[in-house]
Design a protein around this ligand. Structure first.
Ligand SMILES: [Zn+2]
Length: 213
């Protein structure tokens, strides 16, 4: 089965333990088809060109074994820097995190940010159903309209994902909305790699009908 994992941290992140090569080689050993590296923008800071160059090098190095994507995880507590959007335009995608957090970025502000990025933009670590309730909005419709994908985070740290797995109504709402969905393991060291969960989430991704990438 075609399997993607688009959320992984390396030593470019303050909380990552492995080099990009170790993360990628571990993914190859598990039969992953597309691996995304998404280090924290606040950890990378001014090293963004080095990070980009490093991951480009990995794309070439491993091209016959796995597809490598260069992403970036953008923290919203505190807010990112304005310059980031133009710097990040060369990336394959970015993830905005934790919009459902009490101190997370305001949803309308996020939509303004989304317009600044020319690469694909996703929402990570975010319970979109909780957001719908908080704002009294059909968030699924807005994500579709703004071409924002939603990440299924299989790290085990987010109960909203397990609720989604067992809630047929929510799954049908996402499928019917036509929004794009991705899978992320949120790996910080290879020993914790949750391969079985990644497979299960990828199966669900096919069922929902609009996988990214
Ligand atoms: Zn992360």
């Amino acid at each position: 089965m075609y399997t993607v994992d688009l959320h992984n941290h390396t030593i470019f992140s303050y909380d990552g333990s492995n080099t990009p090569d170790e993360i990628i080689e571990n993914a190859i050993n598990h039969g992953i088809d597309v691996i995304g590296i998404t280090d924290h923008q606040f950890s990378i800071g001014l090293r963004l060109p080095d990070y980009f160059e490093y991951i480009q090098h990995c794309k070439v190095k491993y091209h016959d074994k796995i597809r490598v994507l260069c992403g970036l995880e953008i923290g919203t507590r505190p807010k990112p820097d304005d310059l980031l959007a133009s710097d990040a335009s060369c990336l394959d995608y970015v993830l905005f995190e934790s919009l459902d957090h009490p101190r997370g970025m305001d949803f309308f502000e996020f939509l303004e940010w989304r317009r600044l990025f020319s690469c694909p933009v996703g929402l990570a670590h975010t319970d979109i159903f909780a957001l719908s309730e908080r704002y009294g909005l059909d968030i699924l419709r807005i994500l579709k309209e703004y071409d924002i994908f939603w990440e299924l985070n299989v790290s085990g740290n987010y109960s909203y994902y397990y609720d989604f797995l067992t809630n047929a109504k929510k799954r049908e709402a996402v499928r019917a909305s036509g929004i794009t969905v991705s899978v992320g393991s949120d790996t910080h060291w290879v020993e914790e790699y949750r391969y079985k969960r990644i497979r299960e989430a990828n199966e669900l991704l096919r069922e929902l009908g609009n996988p990214f990438p």
